[in-house]
Design a protein around this ligand. Structure first.
Ligand code: DP6
Length: 371
């Protein structure tokens, strides 16, 4: 949150988007209570990119090479409490109830340092974060994690930030997190034309993207392997940008995909949305396969899911796949066909756990500790 601070008003607080889940009424009251108590709890959901973010142009500010566009889910929420601890020797980080140390704790502490730098409050804090999604398996736990942390920390540290400011703040924790501030569909602006670093930092945030009310999508998530990935997305991105000959061409085509995706969402054209998302994701994985050394996230079970998706389409079901920095596959389809799609994926990979997700709400504060 380096540059402009926005004045906070009742209307620009983060509030749930579509999909239900949390009660929007009372957000303003929760912000006031949090500031008075020096403690706040926020809930955020992961988002899955339909147009991928893959590659940074500025590592420190987390500025992406291109715009991306995602759907926030209604499953796999993260709940995070931030409690100021005046007089404590330093920050404490609890992940899933256990004391965290090493790089994951350091990343949270670095994020709190950013919040403290933007706030008048210097105290350390206790962060208690719980995921309902396996961490590090390409299921966007860093997106829900840093979105929840941004909202809870901003409230506990009495930061004057509106939703746009919170999206920028979340971006500094993990790029994709800036999109989880919003429910439904959101686009993260790369802000390539925003001039110098501070101009780009101010202009790189996510915003909701309109979709036709007739669009009624589901994302069927096939968790084929819930273990942590061998190469972090951060490292894989870096390597792809630095060494893959396919990277620049993919970035160029991604810009066209994004424009077409917006049009397809506005028209409520699910097959077009799915086709564009699938080709964008496969293109991203192609850039990684061409990196030196190659990064390959897809496993044999992922390919079995992709085969099942092709067969569903051959049988007349509009189903389309997207994959992130891990072997798990998410299949976009009409909500009315999600049950049939899930059954087919379970048949293809009997060991997989298959979860049907729908568009979910944006990050927001909750009362108590959210449990
Ligand atoms: C493949 O947001 O986890 O899921 O900014 O380095 O924390 P950092 O990366 P992260 O990368 C997500 C990559 C992706 C695509 C996407 O979500 O757009």
């Amino acid at each position: 949150m380096a540059t402009d601070q926005h004045t906070t008003t009742a209307t620009d607080r983060p509030r749930p988007g579509v999909g239900g889940g949390h009660e929007p009424v009372g957000q303003e009251q929760l912000w006031q209570r949090a500031q008075a108590a020096g403690a706040a709890t926020a809930v955020a959901h992961p988002n899955i990119a339909l147009i991928k973010y893959w590659g940074k142009r500025d590592e420190q500010l987390v500025l992406p090479a291109a715009d991306s566009l995602s759907m926030t889910l209604d499953v796999f929420a993260t709940t995070t409490t931030v409690r100021l601890a005046p007089g404590a020797p330093g920050d404490r980080v609890l992940l899933g109830g256990a004391e965290a140390s090493g790089p994951s704790a350091a990343r949270v502490v670095a994020f709190l340092d950013l919040v403290r730098a933007a706030s008048a409050v210097p105290h350390p804090a206790i962060v208690d974060s719980r995921n309902t999604v396996p961490t590090g398996a390409g299921l966007a736990s860093s997106a829900s994690g840093f979105a929840a942390l941004a909202v809870a920390a901003a409230a506990a540290y009495a930061l004057a930030a509106d939703t746009r400011g919170l999206s920028r703040l979340a971006r500094r924790g993990s790029g994709s997190a800036c999109r989880s501030l919003f429910g439904g569909f959101a686009q993260w602006h790369a802000a390539l034309d925003a001039g110098d670093d501070s101009g780009a930092d101010a202009a790189s945030f996510a915003e909701p993207v309109p979709a036709a009310p007739t669009l009624d999508p589901a994302l069927v998530v096939a968790v084929v392997d819930a273990g942590p990935k061998a190469v972090s997305s951060r490292e894989a991105m870096r390597r792809t940008v630095a060494t893959s000959p396919l990277y620049r061409p993919w970035v160029a085509s991604s810009g066209q995909d994004l424009a077409q995706m917006r049009a397809a969402l506005a028209a409520g054209d699910l097959p077009a949305v799915g086709e564009i998302a699938e080709r964008n994701a496969l293109g991203m994985h192609a850039t990684m396969l061409a990196a030196r050394p190659a990064v390959r996230y897809l496993a044999p079970a992922s390919l079995r899911v992709l085969d099942a998706v092709t067969q569903l389409r051959d049988g007349g079901v509009a189903a389309y796949a997207t994959m992130d920095a891990g072997p798990n596959v998410k299949v976009l389809c009409e909500r009315s066909q999600a049950g049939a799609v899930a059954a087919r994926l379970r048949e293809a990979v009997p060991d997989a756990s298959v979860v049907v997700a729908r568009p979910g709400p944006g990050a927001c504060l909750v009362a108590g500790d959210g449990r």
